[in-house]
Design a protein around this ligand. Structure first.
Ligand code: ADP
Length: 267
């Protein structure tokens, strides 16, 4: 079993990704795909007159402040345009893909965090009305049911809170939770960079390997959103996933390239 997470940043080649996944799937590889949609959500939110608001926590993590209206735009893009676009591509390649958000069948569940601490002009503010959380439980029964019936699950945030409220969760950490719950042998975190760069954005400064015993050392190099990926990788290896690869989703055969060790391998 492998879990592939593809981001939502600009430059990602979804056609190449889906063609590659289809070949692996047809060759018998069990696989779950998790995806993002950040760049498109930002674009649509701007167009709808509700521009995104990003907050930075005191510990330096950036996240999207998700009020109710933002959540609805987020769902339109992630569960709608992005999810169906990927499912359609896989269907065109003859794979019976089935797109679900974490809300559906409570595939992804976690605690709702209503407030977030945000550093603004050097001061810490508390913002309320946030619909965010972290995945704590994965409905593996439903995933196994789908996989054993020949469906390729294509998963996207939001997740369901324990009270059944939609919550925005980080896709990388959600994918790590899925990989851990399914005892995956590999988790591939594919984005619009070649991997973790020692000196971002210098692509020649790729870090080829990080020992599983010291994943957090990668945090030293990761800035803003890359930090969540490193955190997700640390959670996955701690949870027993054999190998995590930060790979490039802008290239041909991105999944097989990452499986072959192209990118940053955490093992
Ligand atoms: P996605 O939505 O594709 O999952 P993110 O935008 O969440 O991706 O994270 C990837 C981004 O992290 C890159 O596009 C890059 O701008 C940023 N980044 C920050 N620090 C690093 C680093 N050290 N190495 C690689 N990328 C980094």
């Amino acid at each position: 079993m492998i879990v592939v997470k593809v981001g939502g940043s600009l430059g990602i080649d979804y056609d190449a990704l889906c063609a590659d996944i289809a070949e692996l799937w047809k060759a018998g590889q069990r696989l779950v795909l998790v995806h993002g949609g950040s760049a498109e959500t930002n674009r649509i939110a701007e167009a709808l007159g509700h521009p995104p608001r990003f907050v930075t926590s005191p510990s330096g993590y950036t996240s999207r402040f998700t009020d109710r209206e933002t959540l609805e735009i987020f769902e339109m893009v992630y569960c709608g345009k992005m999810n169906k676009g990927i499912v359609e591509r896989l269907q065109r390649h003859g794979v019976n893909a089935l797109g679900l958000s974490g809300l559906d069948g409570r595939i992804l569940e976690g605690k709702h965090k209503d407030s977030v601490r945000s550093v603004e002009n050097g001061k810490v503010k508390v913002l309320r009305g946030d619909h965010t959380g972290t995945v704590e439980r994965v409905n593996t029964d439903l995933l196994e049911l789908l996989l054993s019936s020949g469906y390729l699950p294509v998963l996207t945030p939001p997740a369901a809170s324990f009270e059944g409220v939609a919550i925005n969760v980080d896709g990388d950490r959600a994918a790590a939770a899925v990989a851990t719950a399914l005892r995956a042998e590999a988790l591939l975190l594919l984005s619009n960079v070649p991997g973790l760069l020692r000196d971002f954005p210098d692509e020649s400064s790729l870090i080829a390997h990080i020992p599983a015993s010291d994943v957090e050392s990668g945090l030293e190099f990761a800035q803003d959103r890359m930090k969540k990926k490193v955190l997700g990788a640390a959670e996955a290896v701690a949870g027993g996933v054999g190998r995590v690869v930060f790979g490039d989703a802008r290239i041909a055969s991105p999944v097989r390239a990452a499986l072959a060790g192209r990118g940053t391998v955490v093992s």
